[in-house]
Design a protein around this ligand. Structure first.
Ligand SMILES: Cc1ncc(COP(=O)(O)O)c(C=O)c1O
Length: 472
């Protein structure tokens, strides 16, 4: 098996990222102490010891009350929430006169806020790439319910990227027939991920302005992108950016954000009101008035004890440096792709089939693949995960909530899916196992190995060694 000198001679930039090894030793020592090979950074990031300590010190050194009041403990909480909001804007270089930050439970919560409130009217369009997380796909149900058209932009094999010329054609869809939604307003929305959580493809940020120029509002899903790529909202101007903070710096879980452009926020019509979101609501008067800005979108009591940990996490990530992380991730991903591609059975059959780009160009640090035996039959992903787990390796298997990319990668046709769904239409709930059987085991999913902030050469060697063990 090639060794470290081979690696650095191919990826000399790795040698400039050794600060991350010191960081791992200092702040993430539990990984090596507990013999964990963590390779699921696209699933969730890891926290530094000091993030937790700082947060704990903050909680132990103050008294915080529910923020919706003007007593001292309430004000203390409000102050930290507002400071965290500013920290999010600063982190993404989002001009405060242009963007606001709405705290949500996670990226999915942010997406639901947009979906349920977006003015999809009859003849309006919801345009989205095949490559999207289910929480972006799910918005189509709001669009359908309001009579809008839903259109998917396909992906091209083998790289699972979008054909740019084809995209331009989709963006030319006639928007003139977009009628006002029952709640007022009208709009056409284009949604795509800045980085795929399936193939790790980095889709061009240039699409944002191309879509704007043709009259679309743009939802840029940054959940998989933000942990290892800088997103500069003074340069790129998407209208809605959902994200989850645990993916960026591991702690706390349960908090995400919708970063939204003020100019488009007025288009959203929330379907309800809740505690904290109104200026006035009356029982006898039967009226309510939504609060301006983020408050109008934050239902009930915010997670006010954990939100201060967001600012701590952002400062941590800033201090480490996204460019440094990006570079290390690039080197390790390249090495992983090369190592996996080199493995072959004695029969000549390649061990691994990677879905998505095979080089580090315009891609992130997740490698999604299936392993095949020497007769070229896929090795069951459940067995792969189990065998990896026995070696202390955390990787992820399944479809990663991205069925569109999965269907194209695994070459499951629309006809096969339609036949399967019509056969099963009499049942209320289709289990994943039923679906697998119906689709002839083609939808068995894939294995995703993803590197991140404190991944190192040894982690990648461990998974390559594991893969080598599958060679017959
Ligand atoms: C690209 C992308 N979008 C959205 C989400 C949803 O994030 P959450 O589950 O934190 O709501 C994920 C989660 O994996 C993701 O990878």
């Amino acid at each position: 098996m090639p060794s470290y000198p081979d690696f650095v001679s191919k990826y000399p930039a790795y040698d400039k990222t050794h600060n991350l090894d010191d960081l791992r030793e200092r702040e993430y020592g539990r990984l090596d102490r507990l013999g964990q090979v963590y390779l699921d950074y696209t699933g969730g990031g890891l926290y530094a010891d000091s993030q937790v300590r700082r947060h704990l010190d903050l909680l132990l050194g103050s008294v915080f009350g529910n923020p919706h009041s003007s007593n001292p403990t309430s004000l203390a909480a409000t102050q930290l929430i507002e400071s965290a909001r500013r920290a999010v804007l600063d982190f993404f270089h989002a001009p405060p006169d242009e963007y606001i930050v709405v705290f949500t439970q996670n990226a999915s919560g942010a997406l639901k806020l947009v979906g349920e409130a977006y003015p999809f009217g009859r003849g309006c369009h919801y345009l989205l790439t095949f490559d999207n997380h289910n929480s972006v796909n799910g918005i189509r149900e709001f669009a359908h319910a309001k009579g809008a058209d839903v259109t998917y932009v396909p992906l091209m094999l083998p790289d699972l990227r979008v054909d740019e010329k084809m995209l331009a054609g989709y963006l030319d869809l006639g928007l003139a027939g977009c009628a006002p939604a029952p709640s007022g307003g009208a709009g056409n929305l284009f949604a795509y991920p800045a980085q795929s959580n399936f193939s790790s493809v980095l889709h061009p940020l240039e699409w944002i302005e191309q879509a704007h120029a043709k009259g679309w509002d743009v939802l840029l899903d940054a959940a998989a992108f933000a942990p290892t790529n800088p997103l500069d909202l003074s340069k790129w101007k998407p209208d809605f950016v959902p994200l989850s903070f645990y993916k960026m710096f591991g702690y706390p879980t349960g908090i995400g954000a919708l970063i939204a452009r003020k100019s488009v926020l007025g288009k959203l019509h929330r379907p309800w009101f809740a505690g904290g979101t109104i200026t006035v609501a009356s029982v006898q008067g039967g009226k309510y008035y939504l609060a301006e800005g983020p408050a109008g979108f934050e239902d009930g009591t915010l997670d006010y004890l954990n939100i201060p940990a967001i600012e701590i996490g952002l400062k941590h990530l800033e201090a480490v440096g996204l460019d440094l992380i990006h570079e290390r991730v690039r080197c390790l991903t390249g090495w992983l792709l090369e190592g996996l591609s080199a493995l072959r059975h004695s029969s000549g059959v390649p061990l691994a089939r990677v879905y998505g780009p095979l080089t580090t160009e315009k891609r992130g640090g997740a490698v999604t693949l299936n392993f095949f035996d020497k007769e070229d039959h896929p090795i069951d992903i459940r067995l792969v995960e189990q065998a990896a787990s026995e070696r202390g390796i955390s990787l992820r298997t399944g479809c990663f909530c991205n069925p569109g990319a999965g269907e194209i990668a695994l070459q499951i046709s629309q006809m096969e899916l339609a036949a399967c769904f019509s056969q099963q239409s009499h049942i209320q709930r289709l289990t994943y196992d039923d679906f697998r059987t119906c689709i002839d085991d083609k939808a068995s999913g894939a294995v995703r190995i993803s590197v991140g902030m404190v991944s190192n050469f040894e982690d990648v060697q461990a998974v390559l060694k594991f893969a080598e063990g599958l060679v017959e």
